[in-house]
Design a protein around this ligand. Structure first.
Ligand code: GAR
Length: 188
């Protein structure tokens, strides 16, 4: 049994895709989804898959309540899948090399505070980049700066739009993120 703790803030299409991927695998997985936004669509997606969800706020993140939930679950891997807050350094230290994040660009470009979702793709478009992609990396104390585990690229042809870039990047995320997680969980 491998335990995967997922942090998410929004629509949760990656969370859904990861859960679907592991359903058809020989390895048994248990999930717990931690959400910082009570309105997030990811909540319903997790519940539909019978995956437990905990909704938390800043107080719970800072007063040790989230840490206790994480310790009790005892995850093999912690996955930030569209999670938009920074994790406190205490948690990053406690779960060193166990927390990974997906970023919708080719880090070190287009990372850092405020760089999420459409803001990233808009900046890529504004700079007329010839390619963009995804980065999966370990989480350290600074936004988007931990060691890179995996990158995949997609070429950009102009004219293009933020929506078209977002779609291409999402396809890369759906294609690669579950497999990278699976590899990190090995040996089963
Ligand atoms: C994903 O594209 C992910 O790369 C991005 O948020 C999206 C979440 O979509 N993460 C960041 O921008 C982190 N800085 P989802 O909720 O549908 O999976």
């Amino acid at each position: 049994m491998k335990k995967i703790l997922l942090f998410a803030s929004g629509s949760g299409t990656n969370v859904e895709n990861i859960m679907a991927y592991f359903k058809n695998k020989a390895v048994n997985t248990a999930f717990l989804v931690l959400v910082n936004n009570p309105e997030a669509k990811v909540i319903e997606k997790a519940r539909k898959n019978a995956v437990p969800v905990v909704i938390f706020d800043r107080n719970m993140l800072n007063d040790g309540a989230v840490e206790k939930i994480m310790r009790d679950f005892n995850p093999d891997l912690i996955v930030l899948a569209g999670f938009l807050w920074k994790l406190p350094e205490t948690l990053v230290d406690l779960f060193e090399n166990k927390i990974i994040n997906i970023h919708p660009a080719l880090l070190p470009k287009y990372g850092g505070k405020g760089m999420y979702g459409k803001h990233v793709h808009q900046a890529v478009l504004d700079n007329k980049e010839q390619e963009t992609g995804i980065t999966i990396h370990f989480v350290n104390a600074n936004y988007d700066e931990g060691n890179v585990i995996f990158q995949a690229t997609t070429p950009l042809e102009y004219p293009t739009t933020v929506e078209a870039i977002a779609e291409a990047v999402q396809q890369l995320e759906y294609c690669h993120f579950p497999e990278v997680i699976e590899n990190l969980l090995k040996p089963f």
